[in-house]
Design a protein around this ligand. Structure first.
Ligand code: AMP
Length: 217
């Protein structure tokens, strides 16, 4: 199964991608995770990307595209993959299509997580992540057993820098201005499947299973 997940910040793409990748044993590739790792390790990419990420802007195409395409080349994608957070601009989508054409990889579907702003905001303001292992929690929806402590590794849970209200509002604006254009782009390519990002992760997962069965994926 070869999927692209599209939708605003807080649509639940990352959480759903984790469930799908476990269920179908396919790779989950998140450019957000890739960039956060680079920032944590202090690599060249991390140093360049950090100022954009902190203020809720997109990392410029000339920084992100080649690095992501290189990474995709190295991964074994033959058994399928879920691309989460890439592409985010028309230029990224065009370059991705060209790269896939070269290697004869076909995308099965672009899942567009249509999500209300209210739900996105609630998810993002309540999100907490483990500073050591990166596990995700939510103060209401997925609370850890002990407040502020990761269930998986016992380390501290923190709020992502870009999950503060002002930055979230900026990220939502950037999504509308730059990324939402991809809805039409992939509709024209005949790949778009609209699903509800407002649903809880397992409700949506059940709907997706029906969709995949109908598409014979
Ligand atoms: P995410 O975890 O997907 O919300 O990504 C976190 C941040 O990483 C975004 O707000 C951007 O600053 C940056 N980022 C992730 N993916 C991309 C991309 N495809 N293009 C540009 N910036 C990206």
């Amino acid at each position: 199964m070869r999927l692209i997940l599209l939708g605003p910040p807080g649509a639940g793409k990352g959480t759903q991608a984790k469930v799908l990748s476990q269920e179908y044993k396919i790779r989950h590739i998140s450019t957000g995770d890739m960039l956060r790792e680079a920032v944590a390790e202090g690599t060249q990419l991390g140093l360049k990307a950090k100022p954009y990420m902190t203020k809720g802007a997109l990392v410029p195409d000339d920084i992100i595209i080649d690095i992501t395409l290189e990474r995709l080349k190295k991964d074994n994608l033959a058994n399928g993959f879920i691309l989460d957070g890439f592409p985010r601009t028309i230029e990224q989508a065009k370059r991705l299509s060209a790269a896939f054409k070269k290697t004869n990889l076909l995308i099965d579907a672009v899942l567009y997580f249509k999500t209300s702003e209210q739900i996105s905001l609630k998810r993002l303001t309540g999100r907490r992540v483990c500073e050591a292992c990166g596990a995700n929690f939510h103060i209401k929806n997925i609370p850890p057993k002990k407040e502020g402590v990761c269930d998986k590794c016992g380390n501290r849970l923190v709020q992502r820098d870009d999950d503060k209200v002002d930055t979230i509002l900026k990220r939502l604006k950037v999504y509308e201005a730059e990324t939402a254009l991809l809805i039409d782009y992939y509709k024209k390519e005949g790949l778009l499947e609209e699903v509800s990002g407002d649903l809880d992760v397992y409700e949506l997962f059940e709907n997706l299973k029906v969709l995949f069965a109908a598409k014979k994926l």
